[in-house]
Design a protein around this ligand. Structure first.
Ligand SMILES: [Zn+2]
Length: 262
């Protein structure tokens, strides 16, 4: 899709099967059968976005990597597809100038470093919320050892953000804490067009119709809830898409407070 002069392409790194219990222990297994179709699971993407703005080739989120993870209730994350998507767009690892990381959960940082903790994108600068580095890399958060080592070893090209930051004109990292302490969204603006890349601040548009539904990974649930409500307001005027939205399709909130996908 095009946002003014900025080109945006969605790429899924793989599959995330989600059970209603992801959204809260009180949510019944049989909730919303139209969404959780088979075995009470919904097949969702592991979204990354390639943003080409001026002379920058920016990857927003680095997927699960060639890796997988099992969660309770039959939920599972299987990554590994990012480079198939980049290749189809004619982009290789060395072309990426920046990686903006919405947060440090494994399904968003998996491709950053290989098992020897060396950068997969050799020319990229990394942008992330400083509070996520403190929570996941040097604090109690869960992170794969080679990813922790990569962050600790390759500090010189990392932008650890404590406030909003312009990555390149038209591409702004906006801190949106709650899902994780340093979670950020990416705001794109060019000409009179705009788009919000939401990361996991909103996991799925179904949370608009089910406002009490949290997200399994919310580190600070009350703050995540406040952030989600603020973002729903912004999505009345600005389209957006999250990293696990169905088909990585953008959409907006209409006057009846319903999600309308583009
Ligand atoms: Zn995620």
């Amino acid at each position: 899709m095009q946002v003014g002069g900025i080109r945006v392409d969605a790429i899924s790194d793989g599959t995330f099967t989600v059970h209603p219990k992801y959204f809260g222990a009180d949510v019944p297994a049989g909730a919303r059968p139209e969404f959780f179709a088979r075995d009470h699971l919904a097949w969702m993407p592991i979204g990354c976005f390639l943003v080409r703005a001026g002379d920058r080739t920016i990857l927003v989120d680095a997927g699960m990597g060639p890796d997988q993870d099992e969660l309770p209730h039959g939920m599972r994350l299987v990554g590994g597809q990012l480079f198939a998507g980049l290749g189809a767009l004619g982009v290789g690892a060395a072309d990426i100038t920046d990686v903006v990381i919405t947060h440090f959960h494994t399904d968003h940082i998996g491709w950053l470093f290989d098992l020897a903790a060396e950068p997969v994108f050799p020319n990229a600068e990394l942008w992330y919320g400083a509070a996520d580095f403190e929570y996941f890399v040097t604090g109690p958060g869960d992170i794969r050892p080679h990813l922790r080592d990569g962050f600790l070893t390759h500090r010189s090209r990392q932008h650890s953000l404590t406030q909003h930051a312009v990555v390149t004109p038209g591409v702004t990292a906006v801190l949106t804490p709650g899902h994780t302490p340093g979670h950020l969204c990416v705001s794109l603006a060019s000409g009179n067009e705009s788009l919000l890349l939401l990361g996991d601040a909103i996991t799925c548009p179904i949370q608009l119709a089910e406002p009490t539904w949290h997200s399994f990974g919310d580190v600070d649930a009350p703050t995540a809830d406040r952030t989600r409500r603020s973002l729903w307001q912004q999505l009345r005027t600005t389209p957006g898409v999250g990293a696990h939205f169905p088909s990585l399709t953008t959409g907006k909130v209409n006057a009846a407070t319903e999600w309308v996908a583009d």
